[in-house]
Design a protein around this ligand. Structure first.
Ligand code: NDP
Length: 450
């Protein structure tokens, strides 16, 4: 039987949609299957609705801050149902935008779960399709720690459609999702406690930001419980009781487990195609996105390399160009900037101080941003540059504070282009901004290992 498709993409998320759309644009016969929602995690239960939730929380805080500027705003109660409806309306619009993009590009869409029958054949419900090449872009799913009662906790997928805003939340974990949702629920008025096994949140980020984010969480009213892990969860009526490794327990009406995500490979029947996975379920690939089976590719979170939407879309685009556009381009995962939408947010590009070589020059600034001189809010910004002592190249830039992701995105261009500290120093600032601090840091704070 002849192949119906030049490429069949499993998964209509950030990686899969971009791959299918660009490949179809190059003239390939493309099919794409999605079993849950077009746009995947980011659009439906991730980055996009999460950012609306952060904004909702920030508006409440801004209403309080406005008094210092002469606006005596009465905050009132947050209308959860109205907000969720508005958010869902926008997400539905984005879902349509995604399917519209695929349609206009000429990709054939299938709603259903695709399953390998053999290395060139997939079954989607009642239908069978054959493709010369198959790409797996099925993303990841939130995981739960395994302890008695852990199924009573919610995970991030649940957080976007709770029937109401919980009165109290115990957040488990201190990675991206835990830090972001602790800020969201505290900002929306819930009592939030956060339990995590490290001494500071956000393992892997620069230590000055980790200290700053712990201070910011506490300033927002989040009660921090570092260096503990949960051991048991019980429900007593509407109240959940979480028992911790130090013998204490916490009560709340919602326990939120944000303890990582795992590659979504269950049900694909990869064995039928001979595709191997790591013990975590991640699909290993080479730098051309090929799995151990030459014509089967994997990209995005299912490969569990750098689980960020812009990485997934870059991979999808590069693979489409490679297969059908005559390009040899590969995607570098070095120097990828990222942000955590805490309140205030933080963002980083390049090396953290812990990863920088001995001798690296360190510049750090901590200050109260101008807005909070009048708002009276307890909030500090942290900005940091790491500089190679020999070449003067800026190795890393880090910021905690309002607009940090917007500012670091700009700096990421300069750092990708190899900017030196002298380039930063000769750049004229824009005054009065927070960002100008990055071009006016003259006094070295310390030297790594010094
Ligand atoms: P992370 O890997 O970022 O964090 C997982 C958290 O769970 C960490 O605090 C980790 O602790 C803790 N944990 C894991 N296992 C255990 C255990 N056995 N006992 C106790 N604690 C445990 O995962 P998230 O779920 O927060 O997010 C998943 C991924 O999604 C992120 O890594 C990121 O790639 C992506 N993401 C990106 C966002 C963004 O770009 N803004 C936003 C949200 C998600 P420890 O640190 O000690 O390992």
């Amino acid at each position: 039987m002849a192949d119906e498709f030049d490429l069949f993409v499993i998964g209509g998320g950030s990686a899969g949609v971009r791959l299918a759309r660009i490949a179809a644009g190059h003239g390939a016969r493309v099919g794409v299957a999605e079993s849950r929602f077009w746009g995947g995690t980011c659009v439906n239960v991730g980055c996009v609705p999460k950012k609306f939730m952060v904004m909702a929380a920030e508006y409440g805080l801004a209403a309080d801050d406005a008094a210092g500027f002469g606006w005596p705003i009465e905050r009132g109660a947050h209308d959860w149902a109205r907000f969720i409806a508005a958010k869902d309306q926008e997400i539905a619009r984005l879902n349509r935008a995604y399917t519209g993009l695929l349609e206009r590009a000429g990709a054939q869409m299938f709603e259903g779960y695709a399953r390998f029958v053999d290395a060139h054949t997939l079954e989607i419900g009642e239908r069978r399709v054959r493709a010369a090449r198959i790409a797996i872009a099925t993303g990841g799913l939130p995981t739960r720690l395994e302890f008695p009662g852990s199924e009573l906790a919610i995970v991030s997928d649940d957080a976007f459609h709770l029937p109401g805003r919980p009165q109290s939340v115990v957040m488990v974990g201190s990675g991206y999702i835990a830090v972001e949702f602790a800020g969201i629920f505290a900002g929306l008025g819930a009592r939030v406690e956060q339990v995590y096994r490290q001494d500071l949140p956000l393992r892997g980020f620069d230590a000055d930001l980790r200290v700053g984010v712990a201070e910011a969480l506490a300033a927002n009213g989040v009660v921090l419980h570092p260096s503990v892990t949960p051991v048991r969860l019980e429900a007593h009526g509407a109240v959940k009781k979480l028992f911790l490794s130090d013998g204490t327990s916490l009560e709340a009406d919602c326990v939120f487990m944000a303890t990582g995500r795992a590659p979504h490979v269950a049900g694909l029947n990869l064995a039928a195609a001979g595709v191997v996975t790591a013990p975590s379920g991640a699909i290993p690939i080479n730098d051309q996105f090929q799995t151990n089976i030459e014509h089967i590719y994997a990209l995005g979170d299912v490969t569990d390399r750098l689980n960020l939407t812009p990485v997934a879309t870059a991979e999808g685009h590069a693979l489409a160009d490679r297969l059908f556009g005559g390009s040899e381009r590969i995607v570098s995962l070095v120097g990828v900037p990222s942000a955590v939408f805490a309140i205030p947010p933080l963002a980083s590009v390049g090396l953290s101080e812990a990863d920088a070589p001995v001798g690296t020059r360190v510049f750090v600034a901590r200050f109260t941003p101008m807005r909070h001189a009048l708002s009276g809010r307890e909030r500090r910004s942290v900005m940091k540059l790491l500089v190679d002592p020999v070449t003067d190249t800026v190795l890393g830039a880090h910021m905690l504070g309002e607009d940090a992701p917007e500012i670091i995105q700009g700096l990421a261009v300069a750092i990708t282009a190899g900017a030196t500290k002298a380039d930063f120093d000769r750049t004229i600032g824009i005054h009065p901004t927070v960002a100008e601090e990055f071009v006016t840091m003259r006094t070295q704070t310390r030297v790594v290992g010094g």
